[in-house]
Write a protein that binds this ligand. Sequence first.
Ligand SMILES: [Zn+2]
Length: 308
Amino acid sequence: MVNTKFTGFALLSCTVLLLAGCSKSNAAKLELDQHASMLAEVIAPVLEDPAPELKKVVPEAPPTPPWAPADPSFSYVLEIDHGIRNDEGGKGAFLAPRAHGKHNGVDFLAEKGAKLLSACNGKAKADKRGGYGNVVQVVCKLPDALGGDEGLHASFFYAHLDKVNVPKKWTAIHAGDKLGTVGKSGNAAGPKIKPHLHLEVIIRGSEEDAMLERHSGVVPEAAEAANRFFELLDESCLKPAHFTSSREVRRERRVDPFALLMCASKPKPKLTTPENQELAAAQIRWSQVYKAQGFNVDEGPRLAAPRN
Ligand SMILES: [Zn+2]
């Protein structure tokens, strides 16, 4: 709302200045006098008005969409977001073709040394795992909307780290804590492969099962927990947010990490292009793989509920 008292004062000041500048001509002065009195008539009531109450300009918070927990306990896994890796070593999308079959995770393109954050409150431990190089596993209980009354758990597997900041024994960790840094350890060492975080997420029925999860092979007994999780993910997030991927978001007990983070974590940082030209050339934007009416997958924020 315009502050009418201030506007009135400003108009009056202008008139006084005009009068001072035109004193040489009596005729002009007379005309200006008339103008001034007309203006005064208009301005006087405005000036006498009590100061109008300033309307609050703070916009009301948009209603929380059903797929956006009011206080999400999960965190995005990087402070700076550069999308997905796509270089001579291959594409980093979930289920992208690989010599051994399909890609089990998502490769988050990032500068070597970029800080890696714990996705959730739970337990973490470090390890060395051949082709995956330096790894950190983080196990957490899923939010109720995704884990149900069963208390399903997620195991996050971070690979190819440079530095590691957690011990080799299970240790309590909080969402957003530093796990280590992005690197090129394991089979990401070659010059054709740009630095990235290889992240996998597996769903298990309990904390114990999640902690025993090795992130390899097939585990038939995990199917029930995974089925329940995907039912909840679909109902509580993917469907209402109209979220789709150009590939499936499930492979047995594995979920597409980006889909899970969009549904469970605080909004991610805005996608930016790396300053390093070689890294920039290896970038795929999230919106080239994912479509969503409920999320801006590149910019980060959750959007108001789409109309059906
Ligand atoms: Zn990968």
